[in-house]
Design a binder for this molecule. Structure first.
Ligand SMILES: [Zn+2]
Length: 592
């Protein structure tokens, strides 16, 4: 194939990364020809307010410093634009936000962010064009009833680590930022655990602005298809945890934005997340979403949130123009629907769900079909690199029937009345405070009957986003105990009760426990001599009928256990009543 000579040339000198001129265009499948009405949005070459990306013909995207300088020049030229900062990155860069406003207090805010995955930077260059047209191009009526806050680059440290080898499947710009932060944290997995300073700044901003619409701009991966601009919401709307904001998104946002994009010559659809990129006909997946994601977080806090996923193989220029149309339409719609959105947010925050879905699995039969999915044909060829059949997308448009694979519930947790957090769990309390979850601390000791959770078979997972996640199953036991003064009570009866449940219920996939926040639970208890352990165990068996029965059952059911003196003594010693802070015992109590 044509690539081989290029590879030989590259290998004949130093390293490919130093000698290849960039991702060779021939690596990517053929682009679909495109033109559309949105091209009229482009500034003329001699326009003094042409954006850096427009000036470069969308071959490149401006760095942080150039972006900041361009925005500051716009702010100096227009009273509608202010450049502010709202935090600092891990490497110490100022996190920028642009406030576009006609003034006046209390106007609802639309919050748009670009570059959470900094190589997927379409939103930045679209936002610069839109801000220019709002400030100087006659589109200031977009700000009559709402304010726009625009974060041009969320993951700035990643953005500045630009390379032609980042995101090689994206058709432009030439150099792109990295997916994660300087600490290797994917910010779109960090909303719940909030480890990165960037996340903490964003959550504080979300709380300060409490936007009526939150838009998070990405570029997709996956497979080739005809669609250029795709978008979705938490759980595709279908599996959202809060119904009213999800219903507004599906009933109002989706149709309005789709119509506007089609009028502008784009090919939009709801983001199709593939089951198997090597076999697109297997269908697309729709599933619930935890608060680790922007969309999931928006759902849990009752803010309508949109994920934009431009298709990676569309040229950068086309992607930016489509993003512009989507963002402008979102702003117009938010202004029109502001009272409906405010009502939906209030409904969600007043809701008090009694249960929360914690685990699910793919449903056996499709929940729907896309009858004529606008796909692209592919062939396969034997790759000398991989030694197996690989896909070669031909560029030929095809239509096929695509199943939508939904999810069946596996485990649903019932929310307790409250969670009790020991005062020493400072990391947990810090996260509750950051998210704005209400809690009180008790002034005097309290004796309560509480649900305690014991881990079974915990397994530390592969490192992810700066954490060592934990998988386990759980055993719930009721126990009466006296909690000291200073213990924190987190009631579930509050607007963020569902978010509290997502963080504190051990079964929840984005719980702090699942993210590995309690490593002390995995350390073995301090040991003691067997000549002490054995009589302690004997005394416990004599004194506690429940323990005696459970021990006998275990001996009968598990011959390996029965034959293991250490396991038997450990099992007994773990159940001694005075040993609080037991290994594998979840420190957070549930008040039923
Ligand atoms: Zn992304």
């Amino acid at each position: 194939m044509r690539l081989i000579p290029l590879a030989i040339i590259a290998l004949s000198s130093a390293s490919p990364a130093q000698t290849l001129p960039g991702m060779p265009a021939a690596v990517l499948p053929p682009a679909q020809p495109w033109s559309g009405a949105s091209e009229r949005l482009l500034a003329a070459a001699n326009d003094p307010w042409i954006t850096p990306a427009e000036r470069a013909g969308f071959a490149t995207t401006p760095r942080y410093a150039e972006t900041r300088a361009w925005l500051q020049r716009l702010a100096a030229a227009s009273p509608l634009i202010r450049v502010e900062t709202f935090g600092r990155t891990a490497q110490g860069r100022d996190m920028l936000m642009v406030r576009a406003s006609k003034g006046g207090t209390g106007k609802p805010v639309v919050l748009i962010q670009a570059g959470i995955h900094s190589g997927e930077i379409d939103g930045k260059d679209a936002g610069l064009m839109l801000l220019r047209d709002i400030a100087l191009g006659g589109k200031d009526s977009l700000l009559d009833t709402v304010d726009l806050v625009f974060v041009p680059i969320y993951n700035i440290d990643g953005h500045e680590a630009m390379s032609r080898w980042n995101f090689p499947a994206l058709r432009g710009p030439a150099e792109k930022g990295s997916v994660a932060t300087a600490r290797g944290i994917n910010l779109n997995r960090d909303y719940a655990k909030a480890d990165a300073p960037e996340t903490r700044a964003m959550i504080a901003l979300l709380r300060r602005l409490d936007p009526i619409l939150y838009v998070d701009c990405h570029v997709s991966d996956g497979f080739d298809m005809q669609y250029d601009i795709t978008f979705t919401y938490a759980g595709w709307g279908r599996y959202a945890y809060h119904r009213a904001t999800a219903d507004w998104l599906t009933a109002r946002f989706g149709p309005t934005v789709t119509t506007a994009l089609e009028r502008a010559g784009h090919i939009p659809t709801l983001y199709p997340s593939p089951i198997d990129t090597r076999d697109p006909a297997k269908g697309i997946r729709q599933a619930p979403e935890g608060p680790r994601y922007s969309t999931g977080y928006g759902d849990f806090i009752g803010v309508p949130t949109v994920l934009v996923e431009n298709h990676m193989l569309k040229p950068y220029r086309q992607r930016v123009l489509g993003t512009y149309v989507l963002l402008e339409t979102a702003l117009t719609l938010a202004a029109t629907d502001r009272d409906r959105i405010l009502a939906a947010k209030a409904t969600d925050r007043a809701s008090r769900p009694a249960t929360m879905l914690a685990r699910w699995k793919p449903a056996a039969t499709p929940i729907g079909w896309i009858e004529r999915f606008k796909g692209i044909a592919f062939e396969t060829y034997r790759s000398p690199a991989s030694g197996r059949l690989e896909q070669r997308w031909t560029g030929k448009p095809i239509r096929f029937r695509m199943p939508i694979i939904g999810q069946d519930p596996v485990e649903t947790v019932t929310l307790p009345t409250a969670w009790w957090v020991p005062a020493e769990q400072t990391e947990v309390l810090d996260r509750l405070r950051l998210h704005g979850i209400r809690f009180d601390s008790v002034a005097t000791p309290r004796t309560l009957t509480l649900d305690r959770v014991r881990l079974r078979d915990p397994v530390v997972q592969r490192a992810q986003d700066g954490r060592l996640p934990l998988k386990a199953s759980f055993e719930h036991v009721t126990a009466t105990e006296t909690l000291p003064a200073g213990t924190i009570r987190v009631p579930s009866d509050q607007p963020l009760g569902l978010l509290a449940a997502a963080l504190l219920e051990p079964e929840a996939p984005d719980s702090l426990l699942a993210w590995g926040f309690f490593p002390e639970m995995l350390a073995p208890a301090p040991g003691t001599e067997d000549f002490v352990r054995a009589p302690l165990g004997e005394a416990l068996l004599a004194a506690d009928g429940a323990v005696r029965t459970a021990f006998a059952a275990r001996l009968a059911a598990d011959p390996a256990f029965a034959a293991d003196p250490d396991a038997r003594l450990k099992w007994l010693v773990d159940r001694l009543p005075a040993r609080n802070g037991l290994p594998l015992l979840y420190p957070i109590r549930r008040e039923l």
